[in-house]
Design a protein around this ligand. Structure first.
Ligand SMILES: [Zn+2]
Length: 179
């Protein structure tokens, strides 16, 4: 596995280090099945203090990603802006990366740490639990009214036991538009 979200820690001297990562479209190739977000544009600054076998890390995430409106399925941007602290211990005994909240154990033999799964997690958690189209200055929702009209009665019928009923509604609407 070789991509640009690796943190090479072997050979890193004790002291302060800074790294920078850009989470862009190529990031999505690592997570082709996700529907939590798409089109990420996030800068990650990592400040690290390495001492002996500890890496004291502070990540700053700043940018945006897109997801679908929970009401009408239009594309909506959401901010990714957070600071996270992680302390990673480099261990000669560990065989795989273990993450316990902000405390990680990293196998010494790995020589570099794959940050992609962590970045993915941060982006997923940055998506608001309920994401809607923005409102204009009059407080009117920018949600697609055709979609709302189409999909709300469907939801009440409770007719889609399999899969996500919102996607079924979207597919149905597309069929209609193509007719
Ligand atoms: Zn909407």
């Amino acid at each position: 596995m070789k991509h640009e979200y690796l943190l090479p820690f072997s050979g890193l001297e004790d002291g302060n280090h800074s790294f920078e990562f850009t989470i862009g479209q190529d990031f999505m190739e690592l997570f082709p099945d996700t529907d939590a977000f798409f089109a990420p544009r996030v800068r990650v600054e990592l400040e690290m203090v390495k001492s002996d076998r500890l890496m004291d890390m502070k990540f700053r995430f700043e940018g945006t990603a897109m997801s679908l409106c929970d009401r009408c399925l239009q594309e909506v941007e959401f901010p990714v802006s957070t600071t996270e602290k992680v302390v990673a211990k480099i261990s000669a005994e560990a065989t795989e990366v273990q993450e316990e909240d902000e405390f990680w154990v990293v196998p010494e033999k790995d020589s570099s740490l794959d940050l992609a799964p962590y970045f993915y997690e941060v982006l997923v958690l940055s998506r608001p639990m309920q994401l809607f189209c923005p409102e204009n200055e009059k407080g009117e929702s920018a949600c697609d009214p055709r979609m709302l009209a189409f999909y709300q009665p469907r939801q009440q019928e409770d007719v889609a036991p399999e899969g996500d009923s919102r996607w079924a509604a979207l597919a149905g609407l597309r069929d209609k538009m193509e007719e």
